[in-house]
Design a protein around this ligand. Structure first.
Ligand code: DGL
Length: 259
């Protein structure tokens, strides 16, 4: 089926998932919504997050999305159960990759940097319970202030560097050897984070896992693209086109849309 895969995020972070997706599924068309007007989601209530997710989902469904990727950890951990109950389309979610980190850590100390709402969600508590062995220490750090700076395009700035240092140094001191990036905006911070962290600490995120899961679910539902022609990609923002365009390569159309 040649309808697009729909994706949404609270803003530009979903583009990190989009990139992994088109690497794994080069024939699929996509429609991506950056809800930057309402970013950050991470400091909103669960009810507010659910309402925003419904709004985004309905826009994507009205534009023929055959599957929806909730390209936001905060939206997934707070709303995916609700979305799956309410709408018939298949949903793929994203959550912090603490499972692989817990399997591979040598020091038995894993750090996760994510939004307040992700770390405080029941969903995250259940994932921890289900997938982390009892001998693993999980250090959680809320990334307050990081998403708003990324949304303004202020990535390589002293302000960002100072915030990250403040958040990461105590995690290093506690002996973590894996840092999980539990927000789709954060992979854009990897160059700065790598400067701050000692070299032996591995930084991981969930983008590739989401792309592979999408491939599996498309196949299972007979929804894969049948037409092996050039796919179309459209990125929409309800705030600032230039900022979203700065995260895009030239062949991607970025437009303003009120959604
Ligand atoms: N990209 C979102 C996530 O993965 C950012 C959340 C926010 O807007 O605070 O959680």
């Amino acid at each position: 089926m040649n309808h697009p895969i729909g994706l949404f995020d609270s803003g530009v972070g979903g583009t990190t998932i989009w990139r992994a997706l088109v690497r794994v599924l080069p024939y699929e068309s996509t429609l991506f919504l950056a809800d930057s007007l309402n970013a950050p989601y991470g400091e909103k209530t669960t009810e507010e997050i659910i309402a925003l997710c419904e709004k985004n989902t309905e826009y994507l469904l009205n534009h023929n999305s055959k599957l929806i990727i909730v390209a936001c950890n905060t939206a997934t951990t707070n709303a995916i159960g609700h979305l799956r109950n309410k709408y018939k389309v298949p949903f793929i979610g994203i959550e912090p990759a603490i499972k692989p980190a817990g399997l591979y850590t040598q020091t038995k100390v894993v750090g996760v940097l994510a939004t307040q709402r992700t770390l405080r969600s029941d969903f995250f508590a259940k994932t921890k319970e289900q997938f982390l062995e009892k001998d693993i220490t999980l250090i959680t750090q809320e990334g307050l202030g990081l998403v708003p700076l990324i949304e303004e395009g202020k990535i390589e700035t002293p302000e960002m560097y100072q915030l990250l240092e403040k958040y990461l140094q105590p995690m290093v001191a506690q002996g973590m050897d894996y840092l999980v990036l539990g927000c789709t905006h954060y992979p854009y911070l990897t160059p700065i984070i790598s400067e701050i962290l000692p070299q032996h600490i591995r930084i991981i995120d969930s983008a590739d896992a989401v792309a592979k899961q999408t491939e599996r679910i498309l196949k299972q539902n007979n929804l894969s693209a049948t037409d092996k022609t050039v796919p179309e990609h459209l990125w929409l923002t309800n705030k600032n086109v230039e900022i979203l365009q700065s995260f895009a390569s030239k062949e991607i159309k970025v437009h303003y849309e009120s959604f």
